[in-house]
Design a protein around this ligand. Structure first.
Ligand code: GUN
Length: 164
């Protein structure tokens, strides 16, 4: 479904207020209390809220949903030149997605501690990140790297690839 956004240029506070409004609408609909917008030179190109419980998708955070919409809307996986406004500091998954999308800048309102206070694991996952894998609560086991390396070699050797 194609969405048409306002062509009005908005300032940082207006864009964040839109993200916050989306977070409130989300709670009213039974979703998580998170909203995000992506803008290009102050003009909204995508907006989304958290839909984890609505879509049964644990990755459906507001920022990830918003990145997917912006990329679809602009027809590119490279969102450089765009900025994200999110009602809460991105969790590590969303921060990774923001880096992968090459977004220029992040604005956020609530932070990871605020999210922890209402029961979300954002801060816990941030605490796990710098730990050595053997000290994390999630076990990680290396398996068959000598077989998996074949695809990496194929990629390295391919001359007409689309790098990202
Ligand atoms: N920033 C952010 N943190 C979350 N924690 C759980 N869901 C979300 C989300 O959609 N956004």
């Amino acid at each position: 479904m194609k969405k048409y956004f306002e062509i009005r240029k908005m300032n940082n506070e207006q864009l964040m207020r839109r993200a916050i409004a989306l977070s409130e609408e989300s709670v009213s609909r039974g979703g998580g209390p998170f909203g995000a917008v992506i803008a290009q030179a102050g003009r909204i190109v995508a907006e989304a809220s958290n839909s984890v419980t609505i879509d049964n998708d644990p990755t459906a955070h507001a920022e990830v949903n918003c990145i997917r919409q912006a990329a679809a809307h602009l027809g590119t996986f490279d969102l450089s030149g765009c900025e994200i406004y999110t009602s809460c500091e991105p969790c590590p998954m969303c921060l990774g997605a923001i880096y992968w999308a090459r977004l220029d800048r992040i604005y956020y309102a609530n932070d990871r501690k605020d999210a922890a206070r209402i029961g979300f694991d954002d801060d816990f996952i941030y605490q796990e990140m710098p730990l050595n894998p053997e000290n994390r609560s999630k076990q990680m086991t290396i398996l068959l790297p000598e077989e998996a390396v074949r695809a990496f070699r194929m990629w390295e050797e391919r001359i007409d690839k689309t790098a990202y």
